[in-house]
Structures are given as C-alpha cells and as structure tokens.
Design a protein around this ligand. Structure first.
Ligand SMILES: NC(=O)c1ccc[n+]([C@@H]2O[C@H](COP(=O)([O-])OP(=O)(O)OC[C@H]3O[C@@H](n4cnc5c(N)ncnc54)[C@H](O)[C@@H]3O)[C@@H](O)[C@H]2O)c1
Length: 378
C-alpha cells in the first residue's frame, strides 16, 4: 500500500473547493495546505469542508514548507497558472495544473522550459479524458481501421459568472480545450490545421464569443468537425459533447455519457471500470510521481491540445482562414525566446532550436527516470 500524496491546493474558488472535497477521501492524495490570494476565502473553505488541520495562507512557499506538502494542485484562475506552476516547480514539487495550462501557446512553451530546468513533473489535469465510455470508444476506434471523420457537438446553457463571462473566447479557450484534448486521446491522431469561425449570439450573457464551428485536418488526413455553444438554451448535449467517429470498417456514436453505440460487424464495446474525472486525473498524477513514469497529460503532450485552441482562435480572428498548427507553434516559440527574461528559462528555450523539438514527448521521463507512455490511462 502506498502513502497518500500530501498536496497543497492553490485556488479556493468553485473548482478548488471541488478538488479539496474530492481529496479528503481520495486514496492517492490528501489536502495538507490551501493557498488563495483571498485568505478569508481559503480559511472559509477549509472550515466549511472540515479540513481544519490543513495549513492555510496566501504564499505557496510558506504553506508548502509548513504543511510538508510533496506536490501542488493548481486550481487558480488561468491567468495565474504560469506563476503558480513555476513557484511550485522551483520549490522542487511536482505540479498538477487545471486546464487550460496557459492563456497563450507561448506561455505554455515557457512552462515546458521551466519543467525541464527544474526536472519536476508538470501535468495538466484534462479530467475529461477520464471517462470509462471514452476509454471504450478509444479501444473501439483502435480496431476500426483508418479514421475518416470525427464529429463533436457541444451545446449548453452555461451560467458561470466570473472570469469566463469576461473572456474573449469562453467556449474555445475554457471549454473546447476538453473536447479537443479528448479527440486526441480517443483517436491517437494529431492536429495539422484548422479553419474556424466564432461568434456571440445576440442573447448571449458572455462578453466574448460563446459559439464556434471548427474543421481540423488531422495528421492521418481525417477531419475533425466541431460545433459548439455555451449559451444554447434547450436540448443540452453531454458536457463531454456528442460524438460520431467514422472509420473504414465501421462507425461509433457516443452521447458523451453512458450511451456508446458501435456499428461494425459483431464488435461490441467493452466499458472498463476505472475511476473517472478528477479522481482519474489525480490517480494518474500520483501514479506518475510514485513511479517516475511520464503520464499522458504531461505538459509537453498537452501543448498540442492548447495549440488546437489557439489555432482555432487565430483562424476565427482571420475570418476563418486556414491556420497551420506547426507554424503557429514556431511563432509562439519565437515569441517565447524573444520575451523570456529569466536566464535559465531563456537558455533552455534557445537550446531547443524549435518548438517541435521542445515538445517531444518523453523528456520528463528522460530526466525523471521513466519512459513515455502516451495513450495509456495512467
Ligand atoms: N476540469 C474541469 O472540468 C473544470 C471545471 C471548472 C473549472 N476548471 C478550471 O479550474 C480553474 C479555476 O476555476 P474556478 O471556477 O474555480 O475559478 P474561480 O474564479 O472560482 O477561483 C479561482 C481562485 O483562484 C484564486 N487565485 C487567483 N490568482 C491566484 C494566485 N496567484 N494564487 C493563488 N490563488 C489565486 C482566486 O482568488 C480564486 O479564489 C480554471 O483553470 C478553470 O478552467 C476546470
């Protein structure tokens, strides 16, 4: 039996509270510290969730020291992800960071560099990868031959006041990251380019674009067609989106919840019984920390999910023009090299020569003693 990993949760907002509640009884990790810029809020959450023995404060360094934490779970607002991740990694602690990793691709690449410099694990919590029916879909897709088309529809009437309602792209940046990342997970395919348009319906309660359609070209030549809205009253889809995957030897339809239908001879999906959502994410993280192996959502691998989002946003800004993801990555890399002020991070970035080299999967495994295992559920 292994020890539960003692963690500091940074960010005591809606999702931070959710994480703390989960960790109280989680077999892999336990909350020993809570950090928020709003001390009153952090103390209230500790009290209301009955984690009164947790150290509470506004400084990650002090709380980590006083609580004896061995890892950080970063649930702060996205704009603070980089600074919190960097603090945690520089304290010598592995970090599990809520999605989205960073507001920009350039910032994401710098975080890869910070992870390299510190030699610590930085993993992104893409908790919507951890659904048993998604794992079953992935297994099915793996047996149906070449991929033709993946479609996803996401429609929700989503009222979540706070940073989301002020964002320029609340759908693409805050929500579609889950769906794009899950597409990569389910198909094993990777994005090449995208054409996207986004807009804000007249009745929208968001300031930015709450609706979008996007068509991605994938490395295999297949297409991924996405349509979504966060301000869509009526007939909601699953939070995981509604999927159809068409391959050479058959098709699969997943409603995003518990309905997975396969039409491919007598092939029947086999649904595993793993832990799901946040519990799946923390199990993968703690497992990676214990074993030294590279988890599937390690920062390098996650950069491409974020690149899909940024490319979609960029395409929309250019009126739906085709945006090539490799080009966007190299532009982001040049920006990161140009603007980074930290000497060690700057030297690390420059040592890559290009973005593609920097995100080669398995680097942490190489420095951390493990091997890359892309595609496994941790
Ligand atoms: N995986 C999911 O399904 C899911 C669902 C909801 C939210 N999230 C993610 O969780 C994160 C937080 O979302 P939320 O809804 O809880 O937001 P929130 O605004 O309710 O809470 C964020 C908290 O972070 C704190 N904070 C900001 N900067 C900080 C800093 N530098 N150090 C410490 N604390 C800081 C704020 O004071 C606030 O209390 C976001 O990245 C969001 O995308 C993920």
């Amino acid at each position: 039996m292994f020890e539960r990993l003692p963690v500091v949760v940074v960010g005591a907002g809606a999702m931070g509270r959710h994480w703390i509640r989960l960790l109280i009884t989680n077999p892999h990790a336990r909350p020993v510290g809570i950090v928020d810029l709003d001390l009153e809020l952090a103390s209230r959450v500790a009290r209301e969730e009955s984690v009164t023995d947790a150290v509470v404060g506004t400084s990650l360094a002090a709380v980590a020291r006083d609580s004896g934490a061995a890892a950080v779970i970063n649930v702060a607002v996205p704009a603070a992800h980089r600074s919190v991740n960097e603090q945690g990694l520089r304290l010598g602690l592995p970090v599990l960071c809520e999605k989205p990793l960073a507001p920009t691709l350039s910032d994401a690449l710098r975080q890869v560099a910070v992870a390299n410099v510190t030699g610590q694990l930085l993993m992104v919590s893409q908790s919507r990868r951890y659904f048993n029916h998604l794992a079953a879909l992935r297994d099915v897709v793996g047996t149906l031959g070449p991929l033709g088309t993946v479609t996803q529809e996401f429609f929700h009437e989503d009222h979540e006041p706070g940073f989301r309602e002020q964002m320029a792209h609340p759908l693409l940046v805050d929500m579609s990251i889950h769906h794009f990342d899950a597409m990569r997970y389910a198909t094993g395919d990777e994005p090449v380019s995208v054409r996207c348009t986004s807009w804000n319906p007249p009745w929208s309660w968001y300031q930015g674009d709450a609706s979008a359609t996007a068509e991605f070209e994938l490395r295999s030549g297949a297409r991924f067609v996405y349509s979504g809205s966060r301000c869509a009253p009526g007939l909601p889809t699953s939070w995981n989106a509604a999927w159809r995957v068409q391959c050479e030897r058959g098709a699969a339809v997943w409603d995003g919840d518990a309905q997975l239908t396969v039409d491919a001879g007598d092939l029947a999906p086999r649904v595993p019984e793993g832990v799901e959502e946040l519990a799946g994410s923390v199990a993968a993280f703690a497992g990676a920390v214990r074993s030294g192996r590279t988890p599937e959502n390690e920062v390098r691998s996650n950069v491409l999910s974020l690149a899909m989002v940024e490319a979609a946003v960029e395409s929309s800004a250019r009126g739906g023009e085709r945006v090539i993801i490799a080009d966007l990555l190299e532009t982001a890399y040049a920006q990161a090299v140009q603007t980074e002020t930290g000497d060690d991070i700057s030297a690390e970035l420059q040592s890559w020569g290009n973005a593609q080299a920097g995100i080669s999967v398995g680097h942490w495994g190489a420095t951390g003693g493990g091997t890359a295992r892309r595609g496994s559920r941790g």
